[in-house]
Design a protein around this ligand. Structure first.
Ligand code: NAD
Ligand code: DAO
Ligand code: ZN
Ligand code: ZN
Length: 372
């Protein structure tokens, strides 16, 4: 197979708008797959990396990690995926063989972690080139390109009947929220839940909590424009911290007669992470950090908060193992267990992708889905 041209949104440097241009894409090598991306969501993590706050952010790069696509060609030795398969790229791969995959305790496969974090394919090179110079991959996925090359272990094969322009959201935001509730926190019927940040992640946490039949779901955001959708998806209470002069954890402790059973931080703000921990019930409340904080930032609380029974944990991709478990989430969507339409506030072509970032920064969108 020859090198092909692909239309992509290139991030040339931190803080710069993405540039839509044609770049060269080398064919898939051993263990790699050429995928035609049909649609991709734009997640806050893309904006985080583009801003320059991501310690692993490398430029120039092709960002994007919430995609859905169709397999176009296979590199040598690929056996688990066939041409024509519908796939969701995975920024958390699943090799099935590393210590992490075999542990049964985590979804954080480490098979290609080192190269993926450097924007490289597992052999240490890039498939994207512009004028002969490498353009880095992003999170092993680079879905802001019509064609992309992805390791076989980073692809979940899904039911072909699933609409790729919707289930692409299961490539990050929605699965992250649903998984954090069901797999990381293990929320049970009747539990009280607080959700900090009502973007794609926080709203997916609300759906997950409603599916778990949580008794009370308290949705917290400084943008009241998010409250209507939160209620529609199952929030029982909405709270704007700016309406109160005291710390938001005190407000929630009062509202709940002692604190929540589970809280979820879906923003990436270390101060809110503290509030999320401290609004948990003494003796048993658990707080799950989902938001990604900027380079060098640290969380803090008084250790006595943990001594007295609160638990702090974190969740990446909802603790979901991509190859073995994500196809099941797609099926559950097809079976009508949860919806995706409410998340998709905007759709547009790749040429308008910078508008998608503006809408996110202005708090006007939940998810924009880019259609190629
Ligand atoms: P988003 O920007 O769409 O939503 C964030 C929300 O937080 C917005 O509604 C905003 O108004 C609200 N907010 C901001 N500051 C606040 C404050 N001080 N108090 C209350 N609300 C506040 O983002 P998103 O796409 O939903 O992503 C959320 C976070 O999750 C990001 O940090 C992202 O990088 C991270 N993320 C983590 C994972 C993971 O696997 N752990 C996966 C995807 C995204
Ligand atoms: O295994 O060390 C590792 C890194 C795993 C990456 C998990 C990323 C989760 C948070 C980033 C947000 C994803 C969009
Ligand atoms: Zn994401
Ligand atoms: Zn592995």
């Amino acid at each position: 197979m020859e090198m092909i041209k692909t239309r992509a949104a290139v991030a040339w440097g931190p803080g710069q708008p993405l540039s839509i241009e044609e770049v060269d894409l080398m064919p898939p090598r051993k263990g790699e797959v050429l995928v035609r991306i049909v649609a991709t969501g734009v997640c806050h993590t893309d904006a985080f990396t583009l801003s320059g706050s991501d310690p692993e952010g490398k430029f120039p790069a092709i960002l994007g990690h919430e995609g859905g696509g169709i397999v176009e060609a296979l590199g040598e030795g690929v056996t688990s995926i066939a041409v024509g398969d519908h796939v969701i790229p995975l920024y958390t791969p699943e090799c099935g063989e590393c210590k992490f995959c075999k542990s049964g305790k985590t979804n954080l496969c480490q098979a290609i972690r080192a190269t993926q974090g450097q924007g490289l394919m597992p052999d240490g090179t890039t498939r994207f080139l512009k004028n002969g110079k490498p353009i880095y991959h992003y999170m092993g996925t680079s879905t802001f390109s019509e064609y992309t090359v992805i390791p076989e272990i980073s692809l979940a094969k899904i039911n072909r009947e699933a609409p790729l322009e919707k289930v692409c959201l299961l490539g990050c935001g929605v699965t992250t929220g649903l998984g954090a509730v069901a797999k990381t926190a293990k929320v049970k019927k009747g539990d009280t839940v607080a959700v900090f940040g009502l973007g794609g992640i926080g709203l997916a946490v609300i759906i997950g909590a409603a599916m778990a039949k949580a008794g009370r779901i308290i949705a917290i955001d400084i943008n009241p424009g998010k409250f209507e959708i939160a209620r529609q998806l199952g929030a029982t209470d909405v709270v704007n911290p700016r309406d109160y002069s005291k710390p938001i954890q005190d407000v929630i402790i009062e509202m709940t007669g002692g604190g929540v059973d589970f809280s979820f931080e879906c923003i990436g703000n270390v101060k809110v992470m503290r509030s999320a921990l401290e609004c948990c019930h003494k003796g048993w409340g658990e707080s799950v950090i989902i938001g990604v904080a900027g380079a060098g930032e640290e969380i803090c609380t008084r250790p006595f908060q943990l001594v007295t029974g609160r638990v702090w944990r974190g969740s990446a991709f909802g603790g979901v193992k991509g190859r073995t478990e994500l196809p099941g989430y797609v099926q559950r969507y097809l079976d009508g267990e949860f919806e995706l339409d409410t998340f998709i506030t905007h759709t547009m072509g790749l040429d308008d992708i910078n508008t998608a970032f503006e809408l996110m920064h202005e708090g006007k969108s939940i998810r924009t889905v880019i259609h190629f």
